[in-house]
Design a protein around this ligand. Structure first.
Ligand code: NAD
Length: 494
């Protein structure tokens, strides 16, 4: 079987450890490759490579760094098909979905290419007599990214483009479940002219992550993954004095008011609930049906589920692929086996599938889910949509706002006033108005509230640039020896 290497100093580097982690093809259920989980020494070597590359890359002019991003963008664009196929082969999502992920990743490269404009500081002439004050943004040094399985291209691109264009060097620890794309991106960065060592990849698991968290030469950590891990990464990283942004899990509510167009709302719920088999951090996992919207909405969703084609990414007619692993598929199916007082309207365990014995589970719909049910309280992260019925708008908002997660939420209505009120009321980082998956474009930033994000700054976009730089303020005078004198008083500006 093929080993998926590390990438250190611009070269694919075989692993040396005894810890072999299989990489599966989720559509067949068979292992197809493996990584040798990086040891502390191997992770340290990647950090050392990044540290050595930092002074040179930092000194590269802004236009040179932007030029690398432009070239990288062209290379990723030219290799779209190959990258999408690679994502599908290890993640299991359809090729169309993988291409969509990549398109959103490309946006981040394009944003980073404009960084010279966005990194401009401020300048105050004559802040005091003969004194000018100005601010500049400088890179942090070596920064690290730890990424989840569900977006093996897009989430690394959320981080690495802004980090590199700001002049930092980078160590990526991708998900061990679908690690190949990170190597392809590393090679494209090399072809784009990024100096060796400026971008490194260590394959592996907890050992590599903890080494990065404890390493004195790593200045900042960007993490995306589940809430429990995000919280521990934030705590350990900040305890070690690092800047940390750690994005966690989600339970995204889609509120449907009685005046909504039920057909459009059902289309949106099905697209956002079952796209990528529900393994998106912005997937809709709870539909909150307000008033008498419940019966027609459940009926409309059920009808649409019957038409979803489940199958492997190699089947061009497939709309939904398998889940990432056998354990995960079985865990998700467990919610259907034991729904408590809720009503299973569609049981995905019975769904027809064009695939083989892979980790498939069909789209599932559970109605009348009580808010204390694990169907509501857990992040299921699979194709199980729960419908919670409430009588009023206020009850719907109460659910959104008291839920421990606060990644995304959406409202479906024809009433502009209600939509505006919802955008004001929702305790949540990203809000959609008749848009079920409100992932911000790359020139805004992405981030949830509450247990969906630990740290202050959101990821990518303007807040990404802020995260990967620190501000220096310079106060400057060019004295005239004729007027220079000793003055022990506190510096005055008037
Ligand atoms: P995960 O938390 O299991 O893994 C994420 C990364 O952390 C991986 O690289 C993994 O190797 C590493 N990791 C796992 N356990 C660790 C540990 N104990 N110590 C150190 N490192 C560890 O998440 P996942 O299953 O890969 O991804 C799915 C999760 O990610 C879901 O909860 C989803 O909501 C979340 N997610 C959130 C966002 C967001 O933007 N908020 C985006 C994508 C995914």
């Amino acid at each position: 079987m093929r080993e998926i290497n590390h990438w250190i100093r611009g070269t694919a580097t075989p692993g040396t450890s005894d810890t072999k982690l299989d990489v599966f093809d989720p559509a067949t259920g068979e292992p197809q490759a493996y990584v040798l989980a990086a040891t502390a020494a191997e992770t340290g070597a990647a950090v050392a490579a990044a540290k050595e590359a930092f002074p040179g890359w930092r000194a590269a002019s802004l236009s040179r760094r932007a030029e690398v991003m432009f070239r990288f963008r062209e290379l990723v664009d030219a290799n779209r098909k190959e990258i999408a196929a690679l994502i599908s082969s290890e993640h299991g999502k359809t090729v169309a979905d993988a291409s969509g992920e990549l398109a959103r990743g490309l946006e981040n490269i394009e944003f980073a290419a404009g960084a010279p404009h966005l990194l401009k500081g401020g300048y105050s002439e004559q802040a005091a007599t003969g004194v000018d004050v100005y601010s500049i943004r400088q890179p942090l040094g070596v920064v690290a990214g730890i990424t989840p399985f569900n977006f093996p291209a897009m989430v690394p691109l959320w981080m690495l483009c802004n980090a590199l264009v700001c002049g930092n060097t980078f160590v990526l620890k991708p998900s061990e479940k679908d690690p190949s794309v990170s190597l392809l991106l590393a090679d494209l960065l090399r072809q784009a002219g990024l100096p060796d060592g400026a971008f490194n990849v260590v394959q592996g698991d907890r050992v590599a992550v903890e080494t990065l968290l404890d390493h004195p030469d790593v200045e900042a950590i960007s993490f995306v993954g589940s809430t429990a891990v995000a919280k521990s990464i934030y705590e350990r990283g900040t305890r070690n004095g690092k800047r940390v942004q750690a994005l966690g899990g989600a339970k995204n509510h889609m509120v449907v008011l009685p005046d909504a167009d039920i057909g459009s709302a059902a289309d949106a719920a099905v697209s956002a609930g079952y796209g990528s088999a529900g393994e998106r951090c912005m997937a809709v996992s709870v539909v909150v049906a307000v008033g008498d919207s419940g019966d027609p909405l459940v009926d409309a969703i059920q009808k649409r589920i019957g038409r979803i084609q489940v199958g492997p990414a190699t089947d061009p007619s497939a709309e939904m692929g398998p889940l990432i692993s056998r354990e995960h598929r079985d865990r998700v199916a467990g919610y259907l086996a034991d729904p408590g007082p809720a009503e299973v309207v569609v049981d995905g365990r019975d769904a027809p599938c064009t695939g083989g014995p892979g980790f498939f589970l069909g789209a599932s719909l559970v109605d009348k889910v009580p808010p204390d049910s694990p169907l509501y309280t857990d992040e299921i992260f699979g194709p199980v949509l729960s419908v919670v019925r409430v009588d009023t708008y206020d009850e719907a908002v109460e659910l959104v706002n008291t839920n421990p997660y606060g990644n995304g939420t959406a409202i479906f209505t024809r009433d502009g006033g209600a939509a505006r009120r919802f955008q004001y009321d929702a305790v949540c980082g990203m809000v959609g108005v008749n848009v079920p998956v409100p992932v911000p474009v790359a020139y805004y930033s992405f981030g949830g509230w509450k247990s969906s994000l630990f740290g202050d700054l959101h990821m990518y976009g303007p807040e990404g640039l802020q995260f990967y730089t620190r501000t220096k303020v310079v106060t400057s005078r060019w004295p005239d020896p004729a007027t220079s004198r000793v003055d022990l008083g506190f510096p005055k500006v008037r």
